[in-house]
Design a binder for this molecule. Structure first.
Ligand code: HEM
Length: 161
């Protein structure tokens, strides 16, 4: 079944692309809540966003196992296939790193928060959580960008040469 974005992609791939785009404002909101010292809201925003990523990845893997990955095109070493592999592998590795780093960040957030009613941290713990948090967010954004690139390469741009 063709998707709703008017490309060669199916409904499922279109839904995944839209979900990826929704995640960027969700994590950005979580970040700015932390900067404004709204620990409880920050926690809620990050837990919802991270759970959404987890569900998203699980559905994505099941979808690909059932329907198969988008096939190679042309010769084994065609430009299309090489670029598809480079973007696809980079995206997959980033997605795995994002899941692991996000999980660790949630663990650290829970562990360091001294008050569980308004979720505050001691200054030195905050530095550790914030430093790793910024790296985690960069990996989340890179995962999104490579996901969008992959979608465009496979369903919009990529032709066999
Ligand atoms: C993927 C998950 C998470 C990411 C990426 C993340 C990221 C961050 C970042 C970047 C900061 C510092 C912001 C700044 O520079 O001012 C921060 C602060 C903070 N985070 Fe997280 N965080 C996550 C999850 C959590 C969770 C689950 C909790 C609580 C259980 C938590 C509790 C806090 C608290 C209390 C602060 C300090 C807020 C304040 O200054 O009052 N974080 N987080």
């Amino acid at each position: 079944m063709t998707g709703f974005l008017g490309t060669r992609a199916g409904v499922f791939s279109d839904l995944l692309l839209v979900s990826l785009l929704v995640l960027v404002p969700a994590f950005t909101t979580g970040y700015f809540l932390a900067r404004r010292h709204k620990g409880a809201w920050h926690r809620l925003a990050m837990l919802i966003s991270y759970s959404f990523v987890l569900i998203f990845v699980i559905i994505y893997i099941i979808h690909n196992l059932v329907e198969g990955f988008p096939p190679f095109r042309g010769d084994r070493f065609s430009n299309y296939n090489i670029i598809y592999l480079i973007i696809g592998l980079t995206h997959s590795l980033l997605a795995i790193a994002a899941l692991i780093m996000g999980g660790r960040q949630i663990y650290l957030g829970n562990k360091f928060s001294s008050s569980k009613s308004n979720w505050t941290m001691r200054a030195e713990d905050r530095i550790v959580h914030a430093r790793f948090g910024v790296k985690t967010l960069i990996i989340f954004v890179s995962t999104t960008i490579t996901g969008i690139l992959l979608y465009f390469w496979v369903f919009v741009a990529g032709t066999v040469k």
